[in-house]
Design a protein around this ligand. Structure first.
Ligand code: LMR
Length: 302
C-alpha cells in the first residue's frame, strides 16, 4: 500500500513521441532535488509505464489552444485514455489510483475507467482542485482575508465553463460567504463566471494552458486524498458518481469530498438554492452529453 511519506519512483510515459520534451521534464525534475523522488524512468511503452503503478497521473492529452472548446478535444483525446485504462487494468498495482488531469478530464477519466473494469470505481479521479484553488483565491481577495480563511469550497460537476463553484456552502473564517461578502450580485455573477472562465483566460494570457497552477493542484489533490480532511472542510475532486445529490450513476462528477486518509466519501447533506441547483443541473447535462459523445470509446454499459 502506497503511503504519503514513501519515496517515489516516477515513470514518465511518452504518449506521442512527437509531443516530445520528456527528456527536458526529467532534467527539470532532477534539478528540483526533490527529497522524496527516488528515481525517474522514461518510457513510451504502456505496459512498462503502468507495471506495478500505485498512482497513475494521466496528465498528457492534446492541449487546448486559444479559441478551441473542450468538446473539440473529446474525440482527439478519447483515443489516448482507452489504451491507458486498459494497461492500468492489466499491469498496475492492486491499490492503483488513477488521477486524470488531461482535458476534458472528467470524460477522459470515464473512458479510462471503462477500459479498466476490474479496478474499483473509487480509485478513479479527475481534477477540479484547480477550480477550487481559483475560487478560494478569488473569495479571499474580495474579502481581504488570507486564502487559509476560506474553507469548504466545493466545485460541482465538470471541469469546464459549466462548473458550479459553490460559494453558498463555502465558509470564510467559519461564516457563510454571503455574510462576509455582502454582494450577492458579484458572487452570483462575476465570481462564478470568473472561476468558470479562468482556464480560458490563462490560455489567452500565456498562449498555453495553465502549467504551474495545474501542477500545484495535482499535488494538492493527491495530498488531500491521502490525508485526513480537517473538520468542516472538503476537497474538490471529480469521482465516479454513485448517485449522490441525484447525479446519474457512473458520471465522473466534481463533488466535495472528505477523506480519512485511507478512504474517501462524498460530503453529503449540503443544500442548494434554486439557482445553484439549476447550475448543477446544467453541468450535469453537459457531462451526460459528453458521455454520449464518446459512447463509441466506452467499454461496457455506461
Ligand atoms: C485550466 O483550467 O487551466 C485548463 O484545464 C484549461 C484547459 O482547457 O486546458
Amino acid at each position: 500500500m502506497f503511503g504519503p511519506d514513501q519515496p517515489v519512483v516516477l515513470r514518465l510515459l511518452e504518449i506521442e513521441p512527437a509531443m516530445g520534451a520528456l527528456a527536458g521534464v526529467a532534467m527539470e525534475l532532477d534539478d528540483c532535488a526533490f527529497g522524496m523522488l527516488a528515481g525517474i524512468e522514461t518510457t513510451s511503452d504502456l505496459k512498462t509505464a503502468f507495471d506495478g503503478t500505485n498512482w497513475a497521473l494521466l496528465v498528457g492529452s492534446v492541449p487546448r489552444k486559444a479559441g478551441m472548446e473542450r468538446n473539440d478535444l473529446l474525440s482527439i483525446n478519447g483515443g489516448i485514455f482507452g489504451p491507458q485504462g486498459e494497461a492500468i487494468g492489466a499491469h498496475a498495482a492492486g491499490d492503483v489510483r488513477v488521477f486524470v488531469v488531461g482535458n476534458p478530464c472528467n470524460t477522459n477519466c470515464l473512458i479510462a475507467r471503462s477500459h479498466a473494469p476490474d479496478v474499483p470505481d473509487d480509485r478513479f479521479f479527475a481534477m477540479t482542485r484547480l477550480d477550487q484553488n481559483r475560487a478560494v483565491s478569488a473569495l479571499a481577495k474580495r474579502a481581504g482575508v488570507p486564502v487559509t480563511s476560506v474553507r469548504r469550497m466545493a466545485i460541482w460537476g465538470n471541469h469546464s465553463s459549466t462548473q458550479f463553484p459553490d460559494f453558498e456552502n463555502a465558509r470564510i473564517d467559519g461564516r457563510p460567504v454571503t455574510e462576509v461578502i455582502r454582494d450577492e450580485a458579484w458572487l452570483a455573477g462575476e465570481f462564478i463566471q470568473g472561476v468558470q472562465q479562468r482556464g480560458a483566460k490563462v490560455i489567452e494570457a500565456r498562449g498555453a494552458s495553465s502549467a504551474a497552477s495545474a501542477a500545484n493542484a495535482v499535488v494538492d489533490s493527491v495530498r488531500s486524498l491521502l490525508s485526513a480532511t480537517s473538520d468542516g472542510d472538503c476537497a474538490s475532486v471529480a469521482v465516479v458518481s454513485r448517485g449522490e445529490y441525484g447525479v446519474p450513476v457512473g458520471l465522473v462528477f466534481g463533488y466535495p469530498v472528505v477523506s480519512d486518509a485511507k478512504s474517501w466519501r462524498v460530503l453529503e447533506g449540503l443544500t442548494h438554492s434554486e439557482p445553484a441547483a439549476a447550475l448543477i443541473a446544467k453541468t450535469t447535462d453537459e457531462l451526460v452529453s459528453e458521455r454520449a459523445a464518446v459512447e463509441d470509446l466506452l467499454l461496457g454499459p455506461f
